[in-house]
Ligand binder design. Structure first.
Ligand code: HEM
Ligand code: HEM
Length: 475
């Protein structure tokens, strides 16, 4: 039996964990930065004169620059960096081996962060491509692709040299999603520029935008859900077969969904239908995941009240499911005609990205942190504050946007798009924009508690000992 000694004092960190730490801590920085930027953007929507006091602010803090930096810092800075940290931790653990190359991992982490910070800075400086979610100039797109390729190679080689024969389902999702990310990023950012103006370019744009969500964030997030669920419940996944059905149907159906962003737009009618039908078919992979969650949780729901990480995981799964009920509905031609171009879509976007997959990432952060920092999470109370502020803040944000979107859509249908009537529409939306800023402030405050808890864990958390439950039962 191992002695009850401090692990930090007695054992070296496993190979790969410095890479994981860099990804985790920088992801946390991007999370806070994206929230501040989101808040500034939301305050500018409430009061357009906010932060326009000098030429500097007028130029660098204008809506058209801050908005894409917010979106990039949230989706690429926070979510993608964090997912890299999770897979760099999870792949070696599931393969019962070490990361294939720690040096390559460290290089990837350093290059990734440098590339992102300078790339985001260049958007602020006014250099952007106009490709939504891919606004960084070409040089930085190439940097992203190099880092993704290095990550794929490093993790693939780890799988090749694994000591565990069985490939657990998370490995399928994770390795495939990194490969998809490279393909989607190249297609969306590089040949898109050659497609010329007009609807051909929009098709590239939405292939990219939809699939960065559908073939990257979704499968890497579902892989994370499948990784955490058995760990946090101490039960095997309900059905391995169901998880593989989910995997293959995500791979088969997601890729066709780009045109559902262009319903009623300047594309052929058959192409719209080709985007709407797979939107409905997506219910198959989504429900395969949720059925597996419900099946695994049968008889152990009481554990949700005992573990804050599990609470994050279950709430994240719930919002992911809700977003995927909302999605097929808004892809239909009727609802789309009302809701497109409105705040509804902004509410929809934040539901799976923040309330869905970010909550799943918070769960992963709390689960993995003690295993790489060798310290117990500092405060359960702070975890609970983080949870409640995030969830309640999002509920206010989301309902404000959905209500505003419906009002906006119907008012536009009444012809109130121009001149004084446009101002009337904006006035009727004002209260919802204020509510969004209030909800967003709560979400931001939640992340301050999170960051403080992480800081205190790393600096003053109780040290994990070799016979601690968390190491005996899991890793
Ligand atoms: C069955 C699942 C889903 C379907 C059918 C679906 C459908 C849609 C549709 C039709 C739109 C366009 C709305 C418009 O512009 O009028 C949209 C937007 C969006 N969706 Fe989903 N969605 C689904 C799930 C998800 C998930 C899981 C995520 C995130 C991981 C997501 C993230 C987004 C984002 C970010 C946008 C905004 C895009 C923009 O900036 O215009 N969706 N979705
Ligand atoms: C991890 C958390 C977050 C993620 C992943 C995220 C993601 C996104 C995405 C994808 C969009 C584009 C939506 C679209 O075009 O339909 C967006 C826009 C926006 N987000 Fe966030 N966001 C996050 C947190 C926040 C927070 C805390 C606020 C604070 C209020 C916020 C405020 C905004 C605003 C104001 C916009 C612009 C929408 C508009 O033009 O009206 N976001 N965000």
């Amino acid at each position: 039996m191992a002695q009850s000694t401090s692990l930090t004092a007695s054992a070296p960190y496993p190979k790969g964990s410095l890479t994981v730490k860099i990804f985790f801590y920088t992801a946390l920085f991007y999370l806070l930065a994206s929230m501040v930027l989101g808040l500034i953007v939301s305050l500018k929507a409430v009061n357009p004169d906010f932060l326009t006091g000098s030429r500097f602010f007028q130029e660098y803090f204008q809506y058209g620059r801050l908005r894409p930096v917010h979106v990039n810092t949230a989706a690429i800075g926070w979510m993608t960096t964090m997912f890299f940290g999770i897979v760099f931790y999870g792949v070696p653990v599931l393969c019962k081996t070490q990361l294939y190359s720690e040096k390559a991992g460290l290089f990837t982490a350093a290059y990734w962060n440098l590339n992102y910070i300078v790339g985001a800075g260049s958007i602020l400086a006014g250099y952007q491509t106009g490709v939504e979610y891919g606004e960084m100039p070409l040089l930085f797109d190439i940097g992203v692709v190099i880092c993704v390729a290095l990550t794929f190679w490093n993790l693939f080689m780890t799988v090749v040299h694994r000591k565990e024969r069985v490939l657990y389902v998370s490995l399928w999702y994770w390795i495939a999603s990194i490969m998809f990310l490279a393909i989607v990023y190249i297609v969306g950012n590089i040949p898109a520029g050659w497609a010329g103006p007009g609807s051909a370019q929009m098709n590239y744009q939405y292939f990219y935008m939809h699939n960065i969500i559908g073939l990257w964030i979704t499968p890497v997030g579902v892989g994370t859900l499948y990784y955490l669920l058995p760990k946090l419940t101490q039960r095997p996944i309900y059905s391995h077969k169901l998880s593989l059905i989910g995997f293959w149907t995500i791979a088969a159906f997601y890729v066709w969904n780009g045109p559902h962003h262009l319903v009623n737009g300047p594309i052929p009618f058959w192409l719209m239908k080709a985007g709407i039908i797979p939107s409905l078919l997506l219910l198959i992979p989504v429900w395969s995941v949720l059925a597996n969650v419900i099946g695994t949780m049968k008889g152990v729901w009481y554990k949700v009240s005992q573990s804050v990480s599990l609470k994050f995981l279950m709430t994240g799964s719930l919002f992911y499911g809700l977003a995927c009920i909302q999605g097929p509905f808004q892809a239909l031609m009727g609802p789309h005609a009302i809701l497109h171009f409105t705040y509804w879509t902004v509410g929809h976007a934040h539901m799976p990205l923040f309330a869905g997959f970010s909550l799943i990432q918070f769960s992963a952060f709390y689960y993995i942190l003690p295993r790489i920092a060798y310290r117990h999470v500092y405060s359960r109370a702070l975890m609970n504050w983080h949870y409640w502020l995030s969830v309640l803040g999002f509920v206010i944000f989301g309902f404000a946007m959905w209500t505003a979107g419906i009002i906006q859509g119907f008012e536009w249908m009444d012809g109130k798009q121009l001149g004084a009537s446009f101002v009337e529409v904006m006035e009727s939306l004002h209260i919802f924009l204020i509510s969004r800023a209030v909800g967003g402030s709560m979400m931001f405050l939640g992340q301050i508690f999170f960051a403080w808890n992480v800081y205190k864990t790393v600096t003053a958390g109780q040290q994990v000992t070799a016979d601690d439950e968390i190491f005996m039962k899991t890793s």
